[in-house]
Design a protein around this ligand. Structure first.
Ligand SMILES: NC(=O)c1ccc[n+]([C@@H]2O[C@H](COP(=O)([O-])OP(=O)(O)OC[C@H]3O[C@@H](n4cnc5c(N)ncnc54)[C@H](O)[C@@H]3O)[C@@H](O)[C@H]2O)c1
Length: 313
């Protein structure tokens, strides 16, 4: 199958695209390449440096499925330039869906976010709860979901609300909790935790990328799915890291109240099973760092890099 992957040079895209190629798919990998591109050349890979907003420039010919990952991918980055955030993360999603319908592309997989729920009091956050997104980033995800669901009669629409992703990628992100805390221990010999008791769900990068492939292979599974399998506190993540790197954990006051437990029973009922844990991610990051394959670099922090390179203009 020929698949268009937007945001293909991001943290998830760099793990997903090689998996798709290994399965024999052809991939059109569209990305502005803000954080670089580390894909190895492959006869079935067409890397296109381009902007998802320039819909006419996207080579849709022969594309049978879209996996839409591109966005201004976290709260502080989304706040840098809300107009850009809405254009990239919401408007372009609608334009992609519109093109898919016009071109007879029958399969659309969307990377939404578990953050669409906002702050929830409920013990278990299930897909049917009211969405109360807080940031521009979360709001674009909520609106994109509704837009895509309106195309449900035209194509298979599969929407995933992933928890925070952890683990290694050739385009690493060190601004996501497990990766951040592990790198703090490695490069600063100390972990600083804001608040600490906020419970957050997590998912390993191998599981979230396997999930997109599972959905591609299971078009009968449609709708919206939470995808988070370990609901643990930030302090417990820090303690997991200190099992391997015994450093001090400093707990300071937090201004981020979000605490939630995602329930992924609906996804598990489809037959999908995660294979990895937060602890796998911690161990993999430590090993890569100790081998000299991973360093603490600015380009691995979305906000720092977007500000440094003036990407939000
Ligand atoms: N990483 C997580 O913890 C997490 C959790 C939930 C949801 N998500 C969502 O999954 C998706 C992928 O996340 P990620 O962690 O790989 O993020 P990322 O920031 O590493 O990747 C996003 C990619 O989109 C590209 N991009 C940005 N604007 C673009 C544009 N206008 N046109 C084309 N490409 C553009 C960037 O260059 C980047 O490579 C995002 O939509 C994100 O919101 C991520």
């Amino acid at each position: 199958m020929k698949i268009l992957v937007t945001g293909s040079c991001g943290y998830k895209g760099h793990v997903l695209v090689p998996k798709l190629l290994a399965k024999g798919h052809k991939v059109v990998a569209l990305d502005t390449q803000w954080f670089g591109s580390y894909h190895q050349s492959h006869q079935n890979l067409n890397c296109v440096k381009g902007d998802v907003r320039n819909i006419e420039s996207i080579p849709f010919d022969g594309v049978e499925a879209i996996i839409h990952l591109s966005s201004i991918a976290n709260d502080p980055c989304g706040d840098l330039n809300p107009k850009l955030t809405w254009e990239v993360s919401a408007l372009a999603t609608m334009q992609l869906a519109d093109q898919a319908k016009r071109r007879g592309i029958k399969h659309f997989i969307y990377a939404s976010s578990g953050s669409v729920y906002g702050v929830k009091e409920e013990d278990q956050v299930t897909e049917d709860l009211e969405l109360k997104p807080i940031s521009e980033y979360n709001k674009t995800k909520m609106v994109s979901e509704r837009v895509l669901l309106s195309y449900g009669d035209d194509m298979v629409v599969q929407i995933v609300r992933p928890a925070t992703v952890c683990g290694l990628s050739p385009r690493m992100r060190l601004d996501v909790s497990v990766n951040l805390l592990t790198m703090q221990a490695l490069s600063k010999n100390k972990i600083t935790v804001f608040g600490g008791d906020q419970t957050r769900p997590n998912i390993h990068i191998d599981d979230i990328t396997d999930l997109y492939i599972f959905l591609l292979e299971n078009p009968q599974v449609t709708g919206v799915f939470n995808a988070g399998f370990e609901n643990i506190s930030i302090l417990d993540i820090a303690k997991t890291v200190t099992k391997y790197i015994p450093v001090e954990i400093e707990v300071t006051a937090s201004n981020d109240p979000r605490s939630y437990r995602v329930n992924s029973d609906k996804l598990l009922a489809t037959g999908f099973r995660p294979k990895k844990s937060v602890e796998h991610a911690v161990r993999e990051i430590i090993e890569a760092y100790q081998k000299g394959e991973l360093k603490d670099e600015d380009r691995f922090y979305n906000l720092k890099w977007m500000e440094k390179a003036n990407l939000a203009l």
